[in-house]
Design a protein around this ligand. Structure first.
Ligand SMILES: [Zn+2]
Length: 441
């Protein structure tokens, strides 16, 4: 027997090594399957209704066009577990739209192998936080100031404004007129200056007040791009012939044109600018209102902060190949976890610096009906276009309620909102949130 072992010790060791190796490979595979399944259930599938459209198992991750094609085993996108890093590499090297085309054709393996290695650009992962140097040196940060209005008139067109009459009975001494786009722009501008002072490189998707992400005013965009935009929406099947005729007729007003034709394509432009820039993270800036104060003719009492990250796809949110690909991307990347960490740092800073409470899930109906809560207080998954389009970690900030009684009075002050004290406090809250996030890395 001893002689047998002596002669065959190498074989025994080899068998043992192979067994251990197989076991560890199997457990690594099982771990990955569990990790992706959990991510889908916890953050992506709002109504627990999407399982007929995707699968996660040791063969890999598959997305299906419909429950019927899943039953036939006919996937639309498939990535085996050992090819996931290739997919991430592609997303770092190429625009998401191009990666989508590669996967649609099913020849991603070949393409991934022919890619150059990822350029070693300085990123937050390489940074060491130390008190002696500028705290944000080497960071690239994108800022998206929500909406486009540079004045109240444009706020009316995009339906993102508040107008309250002077009401001495309830103590409103002056009338109120606020366009959210002017607040978000000023906040982004102030925040940009603060971040740059600490060494960060920063871009704004709309760098000039009242100018859209297309680099022109809405009015100018209407003159030069509107008709083409209507035509292309019609060609893409997003408008019927009847709708096309309506939007090209004098019956459609600017509010209709903004809401249906301009808004979505401008959001896509914002994401395009950000994704091309490849920031370490993105901050999307909005101010909220009380959803129950409908009509917004008078101030209300409620006031909360909250933040959104991607996820919470609904039953009908996988209706196009592009949307299904976005679901796949979010399922595979770790953007969601990073966004949650960033958003958590941000919402804590909002509460501390603005003295406004963080919204719990019961504080707004849409948090229950349209969002998935995360483990972090005040951070909710929500399938907003920008959270879905933008690659990399992001926070979609919704600070305070503009229609709150005291907030509207404070926000109404100063024509140039960069001089508004409350807006300055909001910019500082975002800034402190960034510093805390970076410090915690
Ligand atoms: Zn908004």
């Amino acid at each position: 027997m001893a002689a047998f072992f002596k002669n065959n010790i190498f074989t025994v060791l080899l068998l043992l090594y192979t067994a251990v190796n197989c076991f560890s490979q199997d457990s690594a595979m099982a771990f990955k399957v569990k990790q992706y399944t959990l991510r889908a259930e916890k953050y992506l599938d709002k109504e627990k209704a999407l399982q007929p459209m995707y699968s996660v198992n040791t063969n890999g991750i598959s997305i299906y066009e419909s429950p019927q094609t899943k039953l036939k085993g006919d996937n639309e996108f498939h990535i085996s577990l050992d090819k996931i890093d290739d997919f991430k590499l592609l997303l770092k090297n190429l625009p998401a739209a191009q990666v989508f085309e590669i996967y649609k054709k099913g020849d991603y393996d070949k393409t991934a192998l022919s890619l150059p290695p990822v350029k070693n650009v300085p990123s937050m992962a390489d940074q060491i936080y130390s008190p002696g140097i500028k705290k944000l040196t080497g960071f690239k940060i994108a800022l998206d100031a929500g909406h486009t209005a540079g004045d109240f008139e444009m706020g009316l067109v995009e339906k993102k404004c508040l107008k309250f009459k002077c009401d001495s009975v309830h103590g409103l001494k002056d009338s109120i007129a606020i366009a959210e786009g002017t607040l978000t722009f000023a906040t982004a501008k102030l925040l940009k200056d603060k971040l740059e002072t600490e060494g960060a490189e920063v871009i704004m998707t709309r760098p000039v007040n009242g100018i859209t992400a297309f680099g022109v005013t809405f009015e100018d965009w209407m003159k030069t791009n509107y008709k083409t935009a209507v035509d292309s929406l019609y060609k893409a099947g997003k408008l019927t012939l009847k709708q096309k005729q309506f939007y090209l007729s004098s019956k459609a007003n600017n509010r209709d044109k903004f809401g249906t034709i301009f808004k979505d394509s401008e959001l896509e432009k914002r994401a395009e600018i950000i994704n091309k820039y490849k920031p370490d993270f993105t901050i999307i800036i909005h101010y909220n209102v009380d959803e129950t104060n409908t009509g917004w003719r008078k101030p209300a009492d409620k006031n909360f902060n909250m933040t959104f990250v991607a996820g919470a796809f609904m039953r009908n949110d996988l209706s196009t190949p592009k949307k299904r690909f976005e679901f796949l991307r979010l399922l595979i990347s770790d953007d969601l976890e990073k966004s949650i960490a960033l958003s958590s740092a941000m919402v804590k800073s909002f509460e501390k610096n603005l003295n406004v409470k963080t919204a719990s899930i019961k504080d707004a109906k849409y948090l229950i009906s349209g969002c998935l809560p995360t483990d972090e207080n005040g951070v909710y998954c929500r399938n907003l276009q920008l959270t879905r389009y933008i690659l990399g970690p992001l926070v979609y900030g919704e600070t305070l309620y503009q229609d709150n009684f005291s907030e509207c009075v404070m926000l109404n002050k100063e024509c140039d909102k960069t001089k508004n004290e409350r807006v300055q406090q909001v910019a500082e809250a975002y800034f402190q949130g960034v510093l805390n996030y970076v410090k915690g890395k």
